[in-house]
Design a protein around this ligand. Sequence first.
Ligand code: SF4
Length: 754
Amino acid sequence: LKRRDFLKAIGIGGVGTGAGFMFGKATKPPGASLIPYLVPPEDIIPGVGAWYSSLCTQCSAGCGTIVKVMEGRAKKIEGNPLHPVNKGKLCARGHASLQALYNPDRIKGPLKRSGQRGDENFVEISWDEGLSILSQKLSGLAKTGDADKLYMLSTPLRGHLNTLAKGFLNAYGSNNLLHYELFEEKNLRFANHLSMGLNSIPHYDIENTKYLLSFGADFSIHGPSPVNHSYGYGQMRQGQGGVRGKLVQVEPRMSLTGANADEWIPAKPGTEAVFALSLAHVVLEEGFYKGADAGSWKSLLEEFTPKNAAAITDVSEERIHHIAHEFASARPSLAIGGDNLSSYENGLSGHVAVNILNYLAGNIGIKGGVLPNPEETFNGPVKADFADRLTALTSAARASKVKMLIVHNTNPVFATPGDLKTAQALNKVPFIVSTSSFMDETTAMADLILPTHTSLEDWGDDFAEPSVGYGVSTLMQPAVTPVFNTKSLGDIMLSAASSLGGRVRDRLPWQTFGDFLKESWRNIHRNSKEMKAKAAGFDEFWGNLLKDGGWWESDRNVKSPATISAARVKPAVSEKPSQFEGNEKDFPYYLIVYPQAGHHDGRGANLPWLQELPDPMTSVVWGSWVEMNPKTAKGLGLKEGDMVAVKSPYGEIAAPLYLYPAIRPDTIGLPIGQGHKSYGRYAKNRGANPLGILPFKEDKRSGALALNSTRVSVSRSGKAGKLVKMEASTSEHGRGIIKTISPEEFKKLKKEVI
Ligand code: SF4
């Protein structure tokens, strides 16, 4: 190859790639690709990036993003500085979502199953064929009167995609639109409804509080709004009015948030609700609460004396008095409950207890406390439509009442307790369509795969829940043309509606999801005085939406403080700690599972940046581990790195041991996220999935899963495995690298120096 030919080939190849992304095809004849850069499209200036506002869909917080695009390629994602939820910040998962777009394991076009279910054998088909199979199956069901046996299971959808999905199923004749995610805040949502009648998650105003008491809320990386809460925490620690806010964390296994706390209280697993109610008891007894209904609260909380609670929770009476006193004295203070509290069998009671504590301390409806969010926003009720349950699908499937299932961006075969036997249930469904862009465990069971765009390639919108005390919407726009041969879910539904004809086509007449979205916003604008005051014409308003990334109200719209009555919450108040499966003799340890930073419910495991991201507490990368207190390990003759078997009454997994001093000696910690059997080269056959050894327990009222509800045993395993961690040692080896000093010594020293 001559030098001149080589340079020609490189030049053509480079431009071809960029131009391909702009024009929607990965491969182009070299000549056709060269011309646009001599006369580039008007939105491309070679070498200069353009920023598009969009939405992060990696979790349900609804953070606004801006995406840097150069020559048709997305290069970087940042937080939208105008966005009220995340204020220009983004978590690691938001940043890493760029790797979903260019992931080499993306499904590159429609596929039809050619082998056994689950063995990942598929053949490529065209979109025409894929859409035709979909509409034939749908017509077939409708003709036999089985339209109501169509189910759709999706990640929790909000905004107009949810409206369209509901409209499609409804017009077709099915009410079976279900949403599933492992961490869905069901207990938090239900407890707020039960206690205060709220229909949406309130805003926890961490930013303006002076004293934050967190019950298992690892809000730095998880929960309903991690970036907003982390931002608030940063502001709180910098001090309001010269006072630095204090954080107290209650949890048996120290989380990242716990590691940042001033005090860590390792209450016995499952007793946090009792601990919270004992604090409420002290708040009442010491006269901090002056309400006319004090008598009814006293009788409800009579049994929760510090003495009784100390015997149950393993927290001393003195400490209970001390924390209660501090909490009620600090103005404003705030109690919050998180995933760890939610994940017990009595998780709902735990969140109700947190609400009672906030109410008696006067924290509801005030700045720095709990601020109810508006329940109505521009496109109707804010309340997320997630009261549905996965068991509605698994039970119907087992009873052969599901003839066809469409699964969108949720992976229940991986992310459900093993005891639910989700794969077995889904195997009874005659026809499964997956719209995932990745070959995850549920998609591997599909008969037809119609892969959809990532958030960087698609239209969409979102109405944040929890919001920040006022309505916030976010617009998602395609920052790049599709990298592969994928489609929008909205377009797939509209295409199916058009093929089905009749009522379905009449109710969904739009050509594209983008058209539907724009028309919906035209109606919202038409009916809003505030929006019209900012931009009289819709075109100007739409242009602003695209530029700013969404629309948010300008004023806080705090409702009058909600009240809680003792009679209303009584059924959720119990002095019994949460129950754990397995007898203490055979299964000596409580098991606490938690979402691994970066991997969430397992969805982040296919992104190498997130695999490479050291866990903030253990520094482990690319694998699983078992957390055990060093004292417990010593008693068992185990050392760090040993492969151990963790066994529950429901199964067994193996992973290397990590010695973790910040966990109770009677408790074992396991991170969720690894252990995929499918899901691409970075995730497949890596680590262990602790969900596989969990019982299936669902709160009857809220539908929340009780993930922390079994005991386990730990023993040496014969399996091979390695602990890969970035830290060398947590010991200072006597060198005193970190000097510590008591407050008394400091005061003395200060006097001497000054
Ligand atoms: S918290 Fe992180 S993952 Fe969730 S929406 Fe915000 S940036 Fe995305």
